[in-house]
Design a protein. Structure first.
Length: 271
């Protein structure tokens, strides 16, 4: 029996890439993979934080898993910046930097929403410079680097190395002004912390990767088209809506855990 086709009006029925759109299904699918990895980590974090499950999310395997997830997200930010610039140059006139500024500040704005939300949940672990803050600032800083390949690989390596060197360096308590750079004050805790060192170096590696794999916005090595496969199509859809899903997934996930009786309201300070 033939499998029923997905209805045309379903969002999953849209093609993974449109001719001339500058989008590539594999980039969106990888972003979807990164989102699923992040959602899994956040689920385990919630179970540890609010349900008391003994899951070591802040060390060992799961800490490395979280760093790998962030690395994939930030690499894809760099790749997407090169594709966005190529698309702009192909279809629009005028300088590209105003678009970068608008995009960067928009992501920063969402980051500040996360700051407010996490402050309401637990002021002791408020997110002051998390993944969205990092992405927004990286976009704002990326303009001079969008054409580089070898230079971005080298500079990225320097920034990552600097981040490793200063990791563990703690400034006096009450001096949070350099935490965005990678120098937090003593006693600093946060639900999410991704400073410029080393993470902007990873973004530069992503830009270099984008210029290597998609010179001029075209694939250097054509890939077989797997976008019609349902699992891939689902990942592509998630990847294209990753920002909205990122903003919504935690409250939805926590609400489900409460409804299932796994997390008591007392753990959220609501009873």
């Amino acid at each position: 029996m033939a499998r029923p086709a997905i209805p045309v009006r379903s969002p999953l029925a849209r093609p993974a890439a449109r001719a001339g759109s500058g989008r590539f299904w594999e980039v969106d699918a990888l972003r979807g993979v990164a989102f699923c990895m992040m959602a899994l980590y956040h689920l385990l974090f919630d179970l540890r934080s609010f349900a008391g499950w003994p899951i070591a999310v802040d060390r060992g395997f799961w800490r490395s898993f979280a760093d790998a997830t962030a690395s994939l997200f930030v690499l894809l930010v760099g790749v997407s910046l090169t594709l966005s610039r190529a698309r702009w140059q192909a279809h629009r006139s005028g300088p590209y930097w105003p678009h970068l500024v608008r995009r960067g500040f928009r992501i920063l704005g969402y980051g500040f929403l996360v700051t407010v939300a996490t402050w309401l949940v637990d002021p002791r672990q408020v997110v002051l410079f998390g993944i969205l803050h990092l992405i927004g600032v990286s976009i704002l800083l990326s303009g001079p680097f969008l054409s580089g390949l070898v230079s971005n690989l080298l500079l990225g390596a320097v920034l990552v190395a600097l981040g490793v060197v200063i990791d563990g360096v703690v400034l006096p308590a009450g001096f949070p002004w350099l935490l965005w750079l990678g120098l937090p004050p003593a006693g600093f805790r946060s639900f999410d912390y991704r400073p410029l060192l080393p993470w902007f170096g990873v973004a530069l590696w992503g830009i270099a990767l984008g210029n290597l794999l998609y010179p001029g916005g075209r694939p250097a090595v054509p890939l077989p088209d797997w976008s019609a496969l349902l699992p891939v199509r689902l990942l592509v859809w998630i990847g294209r809506h990753a920002l909205v899903l990122y903003l919504l997934h935690q409250p939805v996930m926590i609400a489900l855990l409460v409804l299932l009786g796994i997390v008591p309201l007392e753990a959220l300070g609501l009873a």
